[in-house]
Design a protein around this ligand. Structure first.
Ligand code: SF4
Length: 590
């Protein structure tokens, strides 16, 4: 912990012994992290789901940017602050503390945060002397990346806390509260922090939950800032994960997404001892390699974790993200195939279709290995929905490399793709050693071609959907119309269907019911677009009943549409585009 800022001397006088506490004021070393960048964090008492004490110290408003990991972290922060006596504020105006949980993955993610900090700064300036406006803190990846630079920026920020410092937040807030001056920072990374004993405080209203199973990443892909801002990979003990899944199931959740930067390298050594943890250096397998990959003998693997999570509640869907292509085992595919409640949907971030670029990116696989993996996955999991990440214009990418990326998009026809033009991030391997030599306009041109190739693939996939029956977890009314419900299929496709009375089960003669959020529904697709499925609801059901009737949570058979379904399709299409759709509308003709 260290403090800094314009009124540093005044704050230090208040801090006393804290002055001797460890500091995290160093910049990261040129060659990455060292042992000194990691330290045990002071432990904060565990908070239980929903047991927030009455507010005694103030209220907190949080804004979350970036990935699902950040959303999950914000729930951990709420829990830590709730057990320290802070309640959740509905708006910044009602809050004594405003925290921005940030992303540093790209410049534009940070630009949004700078904009918000400017807004809060104006708010504070306009506040009357007697009530000086909220304490403002920056958490997460941007906090870790910029450290003191955030505090030095026109006094926009009072608190800076990195992703492993959340247990320290109550103390950091205390340090800057009530004095109207001074700043506090803790950006120390940890070798073992997983917040395993902190029960996230989730906002109500959703039946889906995120659950972090690991933190950090050891892969050091050339373009990626994550290992620098989230630290070394560490896995949360299996027992604490299972305990949280039990709590979710008991609380009525219907879906859990297991989160980590590289989930399929999950390895829980808590029952295996230090000897197993220390063995590094895996042999190459099937074209995948990584000098960073530890041998995981003796540890609980991701496949085992997935199986243990799935067996807890057959009505609880399980998803996970993000896996790394180089760490995909057949054992994981077997669990997905064998457990109907593990969704048949995988994120397989390719990043490029060119082996030369993949080598420059230090991804640990070739194009051929990636293609073979996708073929293996599709053979093992018929109907699987695949998504990917792609970067255009990485350092040294030639027109031929770009053509290989387009070819990859066409060949695999992904169900979703996250495409980005490359921009370098300070301190990464690429920023330090490779020339960012593709012109910005050319990067954007190539990005446009990647997007177009993806859209073409989406339409191919959409054409296969008409007439299929899907199991949908109902989320509620669509944003467009209260008369239209929305939910996600097993394959994570958004489905839209009219809110009408349906049979309460798949058995003939089931009494009619109205669907509600958290229900499973059987729906038949009547029209598919790039981004969403238009469907008619057939019945309320359960995951177990649906599988018993259809033989799978993802039946691929396609039915002829009835005249009523055709009419529903026409009606839904006439309703026009919805905000859920990003691509072009396409009434697939079968
Ligand atoms: S696997 Fe690579 S891209 Fe993903 S978080 Fe780790 S370093 Fe970044």
């Amino acid at each position: 912990m260290s403090v800094t800022g314009p009124c540093q001397r005044g704050v230090l006088r208040h801090l006393g012994p804290l002055r001797q506490a460890s500091t995290a004021s160093r910049w990261l070393p040129e060659d990455g992290l060292t042992l000194q960048d990691f330290a045990s964090q002071p432990r904060h008492p565990a908070a239980q789901l929903g047991d927030a004490p009455a507010s005694t110290r103030g209220s907190v408003f949080m804004e979350t940017y970036g990935c699902q990991m950040n959303s999950a972290d914000s729930e951990v922060v709420h829990s830590i602050l709730a057990s320290a006596g802070y309640s959740r504020a509905d708006s910044p105006a009602a809050a004594s503390v405003v925290l921005l949980n940030t992303c540093a993955i790209r410049d534009n993610a940070e630009a949004k945060v700078w904009q918000r900090l400017g807004y809060y700064s104006n708010l504070k300036r306009a506040a009357p002397r007697a009530s000086p406006g909220p304490v403002v803190g920056v958490l997460g990846c941007m906090a870790e990346r910029l450290k003191h630079r955030l505090l030095e920026s026109e006094r926009l920020v009072d608190i800076v806390a990195g992703p492993d410092a959340y247990r320290d937040l109550p103390r950091l807030i205390d340090l800057v509260s009530g004095r109207g001056a001074g700043t506090a920072i803790n950006v120390q990374l940890s070798a073992d922090e997983t917040y395993a004993d902190v029960a996230p405080l989730r906002a109500g209203g959703s039946h889906s939950a995120y659950l972090s199973i690991m933190r950090g990443c050891n892969n050091m892909c050339a373009f990626c800032i994550v290992p620098y801002v989230r630290g070394r990979e560490r896995s949360r003990p299996l027992a604490s994960i299972l305990e949280e899944v039990h709590r979710l199931s008991d609380s009525g959740f219907k879906e859990v997404t297991l989160l980590g930067q590289n989930v399929n390298s999950y390895a829980d050594f808590s029952a295996a001892g230090e000897a197993a943890r220390a063995t590094f250096g895996a042999p190459d397998e099937e074209g995948f390699r990584s000098v960073y990959r530890p041998r995981r003998a003796g540890a609980v693997s991701f496949a085992e974790l997935l199986d243990r999570v799935a067996e807890i509640d057959p009505e609880l869907r399980v998803r996970f993200t993000s896996p790394h292509p180089k760490d995909f085992s057949d054992a994981v595919l077997r669990v997905i195939a064998d457990r109907p409640n593990v969704c048949t949907q995988l994120h397989m971030p390719a990043q490029s279709g060119s082996s030369a670029v993949l080598a420059a990116m230090r991804r640990g696989y070739t194009r051929e290995a990636y293609d073979a993996l996708v073929d293996r996955v599709r053979a093992a999991l018929p109907g699987v929905a695949l998504s990917t990440d792609m970067i255009s214009g990485f350092c040294g990418e030639t027109p031929a490399d770009h053509a290989a990326s387009l070819d990859l998009m066409v060949r695999h026809a992904f169900d979703a793709a996250f495409t980005f033009a490359y921009s370098d991030r300070e301190r990464t391997h690429a920023a330090r050693h490779l020339a960012d030599d593709v012109a910005p306009a050319e990067k954007l041109r190539r990005l446009g071609e990647l997007v177009a190739a993806h859209r073409a693939g989406l339409h191919r996939r959409a054409a296969e959907e008409r007439g299929r029956t899907h199991l949908v977890l109902v989320e509620g009314a669509s944003r467009r119309s209260p008369a239209v419900l929305t939910g996600r299929t097993d394959t994570f496709k958004r489905a839209l269907f009219a809110d009408v009375a349906v049979p309460g089960g798949l058995a003939p003669g089931s009494r009619p019911v109205r669907l509600a959020p958290g229900d499973y529904a059987a729906v038949r697709v009547v029209a598919a677009t790039g981004g969403a499925l238009r469907a008619v609801a057939l019945a309320r059901t359960t995951l177990t009943e649906f599988v018993a009737v259809h033989g799978s949570a993802l039946p691929l058979a396609r039915a002829e549409l009835t005249p009523a379904e055709l009419a529903a399709a026409a009606e839904l299409l006439a309703a026009g585009r919805s905000e859920e759709e990003s691509g072009t509308l396409q009434a697939s003709a079968g």
